[in-house]
Design a protein around this ligand. Structure first.
Ligand code: DHB
Length: 330
């Protein structure tokens, strides 16, 4: 009998590689995989639903659940996580020395609904007393002009979002002082290091992020995986097949990163870094599955609601195919 033929869009991460290269195959499925930068996967999936399965911005997925047509269903696998204190950039002449100085300022973010800025706004509000509605957001392309929100948003009146002009980019505007700060996923091309005009708000971001994790236990989730709803409704078993394969792929990566016979990555002290991470964050420092991520997801869902991206505060279990929330026991 032939397998179901599906397409999958995902970048070439270590943790998903075995599925992408075909060495781990999901049960009953023949996958055609496209390795694409995240911006391209998200754009093609959110605008045109081009792939049957794809990594997906957590924030965009949550926003999609409030659309009339409910295009995707997620599985609790998280190919991208990132501590985002490192991703707040400021113009050194803006007078922003500490988080509170952001209040009243002009802050760029490529799209208001992007996951990285959503985590940053939430953390700044919870931890540093910078209310979400205390700044003006300027949205648009970071490196090229003419980027717009992929999903139509209807935000509350207290959230001020103004698109930048045609021909403008956030990276150049930050350098030129036309915005004061930038919340984003990709480091802007105008970033110049600690002593430059465009610098990070937290120069010492590693210690800030470590302290944040040790206190909250949160390693922020950026992306999840989604299946096109039509595919899922016809073949519910696909959710578990893909989930199992991705988990097996990640387990291999955990082993590879600890390999001492020969280094699988080029960083000379990768094994030491692994051991340090394990002692600080636990053996499963990049957890997948619903239960281990419920708390982190609930915090994100509160942020999405508080920021006007969700009409009501969803519960974490509402995000995922029910088949992936529990497993059989023998
Ligand atoms: O939409 C974006 O620009 C974008 C870029 C990188 C990411 O990791 C992401 O989640 C979104």
């Amino acid at each position: 009998m032939s397998n179901l033929r599906l397409t999958m869009g995902c970048w070439d991460y270590d943790r998903t590689r075995s599925v992408m290269d075909g060495s781990i195959r999901p049960d009953g499925i023949d996958l055609t995989c496209l390795s694409l930068p995240v911006e391209e996967t998200f754009f093609r999936m959110l605008r045109y639903k081009e792939f049957d399965v794809a990594e997906m911005s957590l924030s965009s997925y949550v926003v999609s659940l409030f659309k009339e047509e409910w295009p995707f269903i997620a599985i609790p696998f998280f190919p991208s996580r990132f501590f985002r204190h490192s991703s707040i950039y400021v113009n050194a002449n803006s007078g922003i020395r500490e988080p509170k100085d952001l209040i009243g300022k002009r802050v760029g973010c490529p799209e208001y609904q992007m996951t990285a800025p959503a985590w940053i706004r939430g953390i700044l509000s919870d931890e540093f007393g910078v209310p979400v509605d205390s700044v003006t957001y300027r949205t648009g392309g970071e490196e090229s002009p003419n980027r717009s929100e992929k999903l139509k948003l209807s935000l509350p009146d207290n959230i001020k979002v103004e698109p930048i002009g045609p021909g403008q980019t956030l990276a150049a505007m930050l350098r030129d002082g036309e915005i004061d700060a930038l919340y984003t996923a990709r480091k802007p091309s105008t970033y110049e290091g600690k002593n430059g005009t465009v610098k990070r708000l937290f120069d010492n971001y590693v210690s800030v992020e470590r302290e944040y994790f040790s206190r909250t236990g949160i390693f922020p989730i950026m992306h999840t995986f989604v299946i096109r709803r039509e595919v899922y409704e016809k073949n519910r078993w696909v959710a578990q097949s893909i989930f199992k394969a991705l988990n097996a792929s990640q387990q291999k990566t955990y082993r590879d990163l600890q390999e001492t016979a020969a280094l699988k990555t080029m960083l000379p002290w990768a094994v030491a870094h692994y051991e340090e991470t394990e002692s600080e964050m636990g053996a499963d420092f990049w957890p997948n599955g619903f239960e281990k991520n419920k708390k982190t997801l609930d915090v994100f869902l509160r942020y999405s609601y508080e920021q006007g991206l969700s009409r009501r505060q969803l519960k974490a279990e509402e995000l995922f195919a029910p088949e992936t929330l529990e497993a059989f026991v023998i």
